[in-house]
Design a protein around this ligand. Structure first.
Ligand SMILES: Cc1cc2nc3c(=O)[nH]c(=O)nc-3n(C[C@H](O)[C@H](O)[C@H](O)COP(=O)(O)O)c2cc1C
Length: 178
């Protein structure tokens, strides 16, 4: 079986994180397919799904939300790991705010019990943005070591159903961290 790593992106930074997660999983011997959410038609070939998207104006990218709605019936029976990109500074409040924004979105999908939920720092490249957003300061808060570490943890649980099961059983919205 294959793990699907799928992502929604506007400016490419989430895609690069998804690529790194896919590469880390492959290094662990896991078969991975990497696709933008818009190109996923069926989940029938996959044993796990890793879904990532950025937060924009307080909401997780609409394509990621659409993906959850579209594939609800299959996802309810699959291990799903979620990641998001957002914070543009090291300020703890920015991280808490972004996490709250993601949690609010996920709470609308009450049937979804992710095995992991993780927030990563985001990217601003003003040259890719239109006015007035092109006045935002440039920055890249992605921590590649943290991204690879998270992917390795996922890979360990994917390749060992005995570790996956307790994670699934114990994961509730209240104790999801990251
Ligand atoms: C117009 C705009 C609005 C944003 N709004 C938020 C937000 O509400 N919360 C947040 O945590 N990050 C926000 N971000 C940061 C993005 O999540 C970050 O830039 C991310 O890396 C973009 O991902 P992408 O390159 O895959 O599209 C915003 C970025 C832009 C350009």
């Amino acid at each position: 079986m294959t793990t699907l790593v799928t992502y929604a992106t506007k400016y490419g930074s989430t895609q690069e994180v998804a690529e790194t997660i896919a590469a880390s999983l492959r290094q662990q011997g896991i078969q991975v397919e990497l696709l933008p959410v818009r190109e996923v038609n069926t989940l029938s070939n996959y044993s796990e799904v890793v879904l990532g998207a950025a937060i924009y104006a307080g909401r997780w990218h609409k394509d990621a939300r659409k993906f959850l709605r579209q594939h609800h019936a299959t996802l309810v029976n699959l291990p799903v790991a979620i990641f998001a990109l957002g914070p543009l500074s090291d300020d703890e409040k920015a991280w808490q705010g972004a996490r709250a924004q993601l949690d609010q979105t996920l709470a609308r999908f009450s049937w979804l019990t992710p095995i992991a939920v993780k927030m990563f720092g985001g990217v601003i490249d003003p040259s890719k943005l239109h006015f007035p957003f092109n006045h935002m300061p440039a920055g890249d808060k992605r921590d590649w070591e943290a991204i690879r570490t998270w992917a390795n943890e996922l890979g360990t649980s994917f390749s060992s159903p005995t570790t996956l099961k307790p994670v699934l059983e114990n994961t509730t919205p209240a104790n999801i961290t990251g």
